[in-house]
Design a protein around this ligand. Sequence first.
Ligand code: ATP
Ligand code: MG
Length: 230
Amino acid sequence: MNHSYPVLIQAHQLQLCYSTALSAQTIFKDLTFSLPASQQLALLGRSGSGKTTLLHACAGLLPVTSGELTVCGYPLHQLGEAERTAFRRAHIGLVFQQFNLIPTLTVMENLQFVCAMNGQSTAANKLHTLLDQLGIADKHASFPGQLSGGEQQRVAVARALAHKPSLVLADEPTGNLDLDNARQVIELLVAACRESQAGLILVTHSSELPARLDSVARLEQGSLVMTTGE
Ligand SMILES: Nc1ncnc2c1ncn2[C@@H]1O[C@H](COP(=O)(O)OP(=O)(O)OP(=O)(O)O)[C@@H](O)[C@H]1O
Ligand SMILES: [Mg+2]
């Protein structure tokens, strides 16, 4: 895919709050950073530092409170919920710690479902190629419950990539896996994103896994501190 924007993410004085009728909690007050196109970034930070919050904002799941957040050329701070949903379906691939596969659909049907949701009729042979890349082509007719944890997470990676997103946001995708499986899934995720020139933000608690990515950043007291890769 040839991306027409020079930067993947541009945040300027970004403020993100969670508010309910009773309270409001500010997570980021003045966050400014940018991420070049096709960049692969590992995002670290202690529990509660706002990693998931930032990913959700970049996915258009959480509205911007103030400041600017432009992702893949889309000014999310100017868009309403319906437009952010359309943006997410077209441009974002999400991988979660829990695999979130649909248990009543086979592996192939899980991929076809997300493509259909995104208005694409991706040919079955393209999806087979993707499953093959991830080493699970022989599982295409299996149901998620018939797969190991590592295999399920590879299906979740395939599902995130099936509609050719510009940016993949992975929130501790290996938190449920042993170290060997975690390494394998990260290697496959990194390789698959490189192959399709998609950017990647990988939230991880593992100090070993980020070595495979272009750069590493840490969230500390509401700021994003680049620790390598700049
Ligand atoms: N839906 C929500 N409503 C209100 N506050 C929230 C909500 N989600 C998260 N928070 C608060 O925002 C802060 C940041 O949470 P977040 O989930 O982004 O942290 P995190 O860095 O992903 O942590 P972890 O490593 O434990 O997953 C926390 O103080 C949390 O309590
Ligand atoms: Mg989190």
